[in-house]
Design a protein around this ligand. Structure first.
Ligand SMILES: Nc1ncnc2c1ncn2[C@@H]1O[C@H](COP(=O)(O)OP(=O)(O)OP(=O)(O)O)[C@@H](O)[C@H]1O
Ligand SMILES: [Mg+2]
Length: 406
C-alpha cells in the first residue's frame, strides 16, 4: 500500500510539473518566435534559447526520474561572438529537437497535467469539503463535475462523484505518467545521427588520450634515461674509482668522492624535475588556484589572476589545467610582446573554464610549434574544448573548457 501511495504521489508530482513546463513552454516558444522574426530582437535569441534548454532539461530530468534511465543531452556550445551564437542556435539539431518536444508536450502536458493534478484535486473538494460545509453558504455550493449541492441528498451525490474521482485518479494517474515516460525519451534524447557523431568523437578523444598517455610515458622514460640514469651511472663509476683509489692512494680518492657526490646531487635535482613534470607538488600543497598564482607571479609580463567558484578537482584535471596555463603564459612571455595578461579560472556547472588573454601582437597559430597543439591534445583527452582567437594586432585569447568529472 505504501509503495502504491508513493507511486501515486510521484506520478502526481511528475504530471503537475509537466503541466508547469508545458505552460512555461508557451512563453519560451513565443519568445523564440518573436526573436526569430524581428531583426531588433534577434540578439536576444541565445538568451531565449538558453531558457529553452533549461526548461527542456527539467522535462528530461522529470522523465528520467520516472524511467530511472538518464536521458543524454547534446547541445552545441553557445559561446563566442553574438553572431556566432545566433548561428549556433539556428543550426544546432538539438534546437529543432527541443522545438518538436515542446510542440508535442504543449497539448500532451496540459491534458496529462489535468489528469495528474485536476482529478486528484477534485477528490477532497467533492468528497469532503462541499458535502460537509455546503449548508454554511446560502444558496448552496458548486462542486466539481457540475454538481450543485444545496441539500443533503445532493451532498451525498457530490460525495459519490468524489469517490468516483478518487477511484479514477488512483487508476489513471500512475498509468498516465508511465505512458508519458514511455514515449517522451524518444523525443527528448539526441537523434541517432547525433549519437553516431558523439561515438565518433569519443573514439577520437580516447585515441588522443591513449596517444597523449603514450607520449607522456615516453617523455618520462626519456627524461629518466637521459638525465637521472646517466647521473647515477656516473655516481657508480666514480664510486668504483674511489674504491680503487682507496686501496692504492687514499689522498686521490677525495676528489672522486666529491665528483660522485656532485653527480648524485645532479641526479636528485633531475629526478625532482621529472616528478614535478608528472604532477607538480605545488598543486597538492596549494591547490590549483595557489599553483596558478605562483605561475602568474613568475610571468615576466604583468599578469592578473581571477578565480571564481573554484573547488578541489580531480588531480588529473588540475594537472592538465596547470600545464595549459603554464604553457599559455610561456607563450605570452615568448611571443606576444604584450604589456599585460589576464588569467581567469572558474568552475561553471560541471566544467572548469580557463581563459588566458594578452594584449599583444596576436597571430598565434597552432601550426607554429608544439605547445598549442599539445594544449589541444591534452584538453581533448579529457573530452574538453580549446578555442584560440588571435587576430593580427591582437588580442590573443586562449579559452579552454575541461569537464570536471564531478
Ligand atoms: N600569446 C601569443 N601571442 C602571439 N603569438 C603567439 C602567442 N602564442 C603563440 N604564438 C605564436 O604561435 C606559435 C605556436 O605556439 P606554440 O606554443 O605552439 O609553439 P612555440 O611556443 O613556438 O614552441 P613550443 O613548442 O616550445 O611551445 C608560436 O611560434 C608563436 O609564433
Ligand atoms: Mg609554446
Amino acid at each position: 500500500m505504501r509503495a502504491a501511495l508513493l507511486r501515486f504521489g510521484r506520478a502526481v508530482i511528475s504530471l503537475s510539473l509537466g503541466f508547469v513546463t508545458a505552460m512555461a513552454g508557451i512563453v519560451v516558444l513565443c519568445g523564440l518566435l518573436i526573436c526569430a522574426l524581428l531583426v531588433v530582437t534577434l540578439p536576444l535569441l541565445p538568451i531565449v534559447a538558453r531558457a529553452q534548454r533549461r526548461l527542456v532539461e527539467v522535462d528530461r530530468r522529470r522523465i528520467a526520474a520516472r524511467t530511472g534511465t538518464p536521458i543524454p543531452v547534446r547541445y552545441a556550445e553557445l559561446s563566442g561572438p553574438l553572431f556566432q551564437q545566433i548561428i549556433t542556435v539556428i543550426t544546432d539539431p538539438a534546437t529543432r529537437r527541443d522545438l518538436l518536444w515542446q510542440a508535442v508536450h504543449l497539448p500532451a502536458g496540459m491534458v496529462l497535467g489535468m489528469i495528474g493534478f485536476g482529478i486528484p484535486a477534485s477528490v477532497p473538494q467533492n468528497l469532503v469539503i462541499v458535502p460537509l460545509f455546503w449548508w454554511a453558504v446560502p444558496g448552496g455550493v458548486d462542486g466539481s463535475y457540475g454538481v450543485h449541492v444545496d441539500s443533503w441528498p445532493t451532498a451525498a451525490l457530490c460525495a459519490g462523484t468524489g469517490l468516483l474521482a478518487a477511484a479514477l485518479a488512483w487508476f489513471l494517474v500512475p498509468r498516465a505518467a508511465d505512458w508519458e515516460a514511455r514515449w517522451a525519451p524518444n523525443l527528448l534524447a539526441p537523434g541517432r545521427a547525433s549519437l553516431v557523431q558523439r561515438v565518433a568523437e569519443l573514439t577520437a578523444t580516447r585515441a588522443a588520450a591513449l596517444e597523449a598517455h603514450g607520449a607522456e610515458l615516453r617523455r618520462i622514460e626519456r627524461d629518466l634515461h637521459d638525465g637521472t640514469q646517466n647521473r647515477l651511472v656516473a655516481v657508480v663509476m666514480h664510486l668504483g674509482i674511489v674504491e680503487r683509489a682507496l686501496r692504492r692512494d687514499p689522498a686521490v680518492a677525495l676528489s672522486s668522492v666529491l665528483t660522485a657526490q656532485n653527480a648524485a646531487t645532479d641526479a636528485l635535482t633531475e629526478l625532482r624535475e621529472v616528478v614535478r613534470s608528472i604532477y607538480p607538488p605545488v598543486l597538492a600543497d596549494r591547490g590549483l588556484d595557489g599553483a596558478v598564482d605562483a605561475v602568474v607571479a613568475r610571468c615576466p609580463i604583468p599578469c592578473t589572476l581571477t578565480v571564481t567558484d573554484l573547488r578541489r578537482l580531480p588531480a588529473a584535471v588540475e594537472a592538465a589545467a596547470y600545464f595549459v596555463i603554464a604553457e599559455a603564459l610561456t607563450n605570452v612571455a615568448k611571443h606576444s610582446g604584450a604589456e599585460s595578461a589576464q588569467v581567469s579560472l572558474a568552475v561553471r556547472g560541471d566544467h572548469l573554464v580557463i581563459e588566458v588573454r594578452d594584449d599583444g601582437l596576436g597571430g598565434a597559430e597552432e601550426a607554429g610549434g608544439t605547445g598549442l597543439t599539445g594544449i589541444r591534445r591534452r584538453v581533448e583527452a579529457f573530452d574538453g574544448r580549446t578555442t584560440l582567437s588571435s587576430p593580427e594586432g591582437g588580442p590573443t585569447v586562449l579559452g579552454v573548457r575541461l569537464p570536471t568529472g564531478t
